[in-house]
Design a protein around this ligand. Structure first.
Ligand SMILES: [Zn+2]
Length: 310
């Protein structure tokens, strides 16, 4: 056999492969939508609805207090490239979001544009103050912003977020519609399952750390009888903890509940002195190993509350 011929055949056999590879490389990578969420719960929801059509980042993690982060340069860079920003609003991010928006120089994500979505205004809010008195601590005139621990609020936000994804990326509208319908169907089923599972928690009395469980409590009929913070947003003080110990010795709550991002020491202090069990809940996606997504967040929160009662 002639060597020239063999070489010719070899080139022939790899040529289609090489051409296919070349075609693949020269194709522009699908331009994924850049979504920047202020909190992990909205990042998780955006990912559920957008799938691989979006690259989603969260400005905060479950181990950070969403009220108190800094608009650091890496975050400003993310905001500069974002096509859609999803935040809570109702003053949750009042300490850092205005600066981040200004510094981003990104006209597509400014308030009033389709690229800027706040979720709290989309749901009925709790704790709207009757009088605005800042001496009562971090008062939110728009009501309690920690809306995501009621799964019915997640469903309300999902519908509006779907429409925003479509508004900023119409080319993928069908994907967003299909994924949202599938998500909402699974979510409604899960919500019913959670409500059944949480029945034994109804009427449960608890001391919370911050008023960030209010929507969970309202949904499941839990009763918050105290908080480790003396006033909303202020860290626990010795005097306030001493008061709580005395009060809990007279009239004990069933549980002390704090979030993954809270310093656990005040809860441990109260628990040791009152024998009331203290339980950490993930609060948002990523706050525990099991809270890998929004479904895991609710599964794990209920599992932890139920286990602490045993
Ligand atoms: Zn708060």
């Amino acid at each position: 056999m002639n060597r020239g011929n063999a070489m010719h055949r070899l080139i022939h056999s790899i040529r289609p492969l090489a051409l296919a590879l070349l075609a693949l490389l020269s194709q522009p990578a699908p331009a994924a939508l850049n979504v920047l969420a202020c909190e992990p719960e909205w990042a998780a929801l955006a990912q559920e609805l957008a799938g691989d059509k979006a690259t989603v980042h969260s400005a905060t993690t479950a181990l950070q207090d969403p009220h108190r982060i800094e608009a650091r340069p890496s975050l400003i860079a993310r905001a500069r490239n974002a096509d859609l920003v999803v935040c809570t609003g109702s003053e949750m991010e009042a300490g850092w979001m205005p600066l981040l928006l200004t510094q981003s120089g990104n006209a597509r994500i400014q308030p009033g544009t389709p690229g800027f979505l706040e979720t709290a205004p989309l749901v009925p809010r709790l704790d709207i103050p009757k009088i605005l008195d800042r001496s009562q601590g971090d008062i939110h005139p728009g009501g309690n912003p920690h809306i995501h621990l009621d799964p019915r609020n997640i469903a309300r936000v999902a519908e509006v977020l779907r429409d925003r994804l479509i508004a900023v990326d119409a080319a993928n509208a069908e994907t967003y519609k299909a994924r949202s319908s599938a998500f909402l169907a699974r979510w409604r089923e899960a919500t019913e399952r959670w409500e059944a599972k949480a029945a034994p928690l109804r009427g449960l009395t608890m001391v919370v750390y911050h008023k960030n469980m209010a929507y969970l409590s309202a949904w499941l009929g839990l009763r918050e009888v105290g908080s480790l913070e003396p006033k909303a947003g202020l860290p626990p003080t010795t005097a306030h903890l001493a008061d709580l110990v005395a009060r809990m010795q007279r009239e004990p709550a069933r549980l002390i509940v704090y979030s993954a991002y809270n310093d656990p020491r005040a809860a441990a202090f109260l628990s040791e002195r009152t024998r009331i069990p203290a339980v950490m809940v993930p609060y948002t996606v990523g706050g525990s190993d099991a809270a890998k997504d929004l479904f895991g967040l609710f599964d794990d929160t209920l599992a932890r509350l139920l286990a602490a009662l045993k």
